[in-house]
Ligand binder design. Structure first.
Ligand SMILES: Nc1ncnc2c1ncn2[C@@H]1O[C@H](COP(=O)(O)OP(=O)(O)OP(=O)(O)O)[C@@H](O)[C@H]1O
Ligand SMILES: [Mg+2]
Length: 223
């Protein structure tokens, strides 16, 4: 589904170039649940952004279902993102003055028919059906993250990218969210690419990739 060939990326600060990704070769298959681990600054978030086309890369190629991102313009990348990708971040990024229903409405691709049934189905999956008219501030962190996950699912993406999605949660709420991701992977066949700091979460996935200084240092299946 996603294949990268020797991706590199540097950030330039003043005249100095700082390499962040130094040749990433990676294959993500449909149905994978990949945990990306590594120390702070190793390039995990950058890799996620580059894979999803949110950040440009300097050299190499990324193929999405066989199509090179090098050949896509910004509009095509945006369309690919809207159609095939969902995003979940450490901070839930819900709009505070909108209730759950309105937050989800906002995430639907413009021009698509608004489908309340679908929305209720997603709220059911994330266990938040009774909270449709709550505002974010009335929900716990774990609940807000559930809504953010429902939002990520609204356009029925193939892949969910998550950047430390339980980083702000206590252990118990974090594990509940991990179970939810596992269900999305196993039952709903979502491919998941998750950045994590927490070794405890790796067991919920199917593969682990360890980054060190912008290269893949280790790669393993999870058993
Ligand atoms: N927009 C930017 N401009 C300049 N340098 C950046 C930018 N974004 C990231 N970097 C640098 O790139 C390196 C990798 O950053 P990245 O955020 O990918 O690391 P990370 O592995 O996600 O770290 P963390 O675990 O702390 O989130 C860091 O040294 C960081 O300072
Ligand atoms: Mg990061």
């Amino acid at each position: 589904m996603i294949e990268t060939k020797h991706i590199t990326k540097s950030y330039q600060i003043g005249k100095q170039e700082y390499p962040v990704l130094r040749g990433i070769d990676l294959k993500i298959q449909e149905g994978d649940f990949v945990s990306i681990c590594g120390p702070s600054g190793s390039g995990k978030t950058t890799l996620l952004y580059v894979l999803s086309g949110l950040e440009p890369y300097d050299s190499g190629t990324i193929f999405w279902s066989g199509v090179s991102m090098n050949t896509m313009d910004d509009k095509e990348k945006s369309r690919l993102r809207a159609k095939d990708m969902g995003f979940v971040f450490q901070s839930y990024n819900l709009i505070p003055h909108l209730d759950v229903y309105e937050n989800l409405m906002l995430a639907q691709v413009i021009g698509e028919k608004i489908n309340k049934e679908k929305m209720m189905e997603l709220l059911e999956i994330v266990g938040m059906k009774e909270y449709i008219h709550h505002f974010p501030a009335q929900l716990s962190g774990g609940m807000q993250q559930r809504i953010a996950i429902a939002r990520a699912l609204i356009n029925d993406p193939k892949v969910i990218f998550a950047d430390e999605p339980i980083g702000n949660l206590d252990y118990h709420q974090g594990m509940e969210i991990m179970h939810l991701f596992q269900t999305l992977n196993k039952t709903y066949h979502k491919t998941i690419v998750m950045v994590t700091h927490n070794e405890d979460t790796i067991r919920f996935g199917t593969r682990v990739i360890r980054l060190l200084d912008g290269v893949i240092n280790d790669e393993a299946m999870v058993q």
